[in-house]
Design a protein around this ligand. Structure first.
Ligand SMILES: C[S@@+](CC[C@H](N)C(=O)[O-])C[C@H]1O[C@@H](n2cnc3c(N)ncnc32)[C@H](O)[C@@H]1O
Length: 276
């Protein structure tokens, strides 16, 4: 929690346009105190939390990284409550590509960011990867567990918000499909630096994002927490990695019962040791 709190204080302070000194002044503290919180050296005293939350304009739960059980962030929460699987149980075609590229011939840790109802996580687990997965949706997490149980595999799945979750240990593969659009543009650099840092040498990222195109109408579902990327933006995060695959597709979609189109960029990249 210390790390999350540190990151959130820094993030919301900057969002409010406050300096460490400015925040400290409002709280009647020294700027060193704020600096130590943001470096995760110390944590604010509990008595300071209400004032701190007021100054940063964010509630205490959010500040400490607690995702309320009642807070509905994902439009999929309701969709996932149906009996069947909203996204089906067949894995995304990219999963097969990844298996070819990084066969699980040794112990490999894979993270599925925004696993939904778990079709891809369970596919990786049944193929021998050590899978960790998270999503913001309770219903999605329950269904992931159910699917894993049915197939007889284990997925370490938990609830987390992509905006708050940071890695502090290595993964060999980081995989995400249809989820990175929930990262606000201003947090992308910081988040990608974290994902890249905590990827093992020779490890892989396999990611996709929805991108804006002037010739494609906005989707019918209104998602206030989703933000489009630009063509080439995802790839730009991997200038220093080996690009195994990079492509952009336009496809038809019928989610919500209204036919529409999406443009999506995909990247598979490998972290290669730097030359000395
Ligand atoms: C288009 S679905 C993709 C699900 C899954 N990756 C798949 O391909 O089946 C997007 C997923 O992102 C999750 N999501 C939305 N906002 C999120 C957030 N802030 N943090 C984590 N997951 C989030 C949703 O609950 C949903 O399961």
């Amino acid at each position: 929690m210390k790390e999350t709190l540190a990151r959130n204080i820094s993030r919301y302070r900057k969002e409010r346009g406050l300096t460490q000194e400015g925040l400290a002044q409002r709280l009647g503290l020294s700027f060193q105190a704020v600096s130590k919180w943001e470096n995760a050296q110390t944590m604010p005293d509990i008595s300071v939390m209400p004032e701190l939350s007021k100054a940063l304009g964010v509630n205490i739960d959010k500040l400490i990284g607690y995702v309320s059980q009642n807070e509905q962030v994902s439009i999929y929460e309701e969709e996932y409550k149906i009996q069947g699987y909203y996204w089906g149980v067949e894995p995304n075609s990219t999963c097969y590509r990844l298996i070819q590229l990084v066969p699980p011939t040794k112990h490999l840790k894979l993270l599925d960011i925004g696993c939904g109802e778990g079709k891809d996580s369970v596919f990786f687990a049944r193929n021998g990867y050590d899978v960790t997965a998270f999503d913001i949706s309770d219903a999605g997490i329950e269904k992931t567990k159910r699917l894993a149980d049915k197939i007889g595999v284990h997925v370490n799945v938990f609830k987390a918000d992509i905006l708050d979750f940071r890695l502090d240990s290595n993964f060999d593969i980081i995989y995400s499909s249809g989820v990175l659009n929930y990262i606000k543009p201003e947090y992308r650099d910081e988040l990608f630096n974290n994902y890249k840092k905590f990827t093992s040498q020779n490890g892989f990222h396999s990611l996709n994002v929805f991108v804006t195109k002037p010739f494609i109408a906005p989707p019918p579902e209104k998602e206030p927490n989703a933000f489009k990327w630009h063509s080439g933006e995802l790839l730009a995060h991997y200038q220093d990695w080996l690009i195994e695959d990079s492509s952009e597709i336009v496809f038809d979609c019928n989610s919500s019962g209204i036919p529409h189109k999406h443009a999506m960029t995909k990247v598979i990249a490998q972290k290669i040791s730097t030359l000395n």
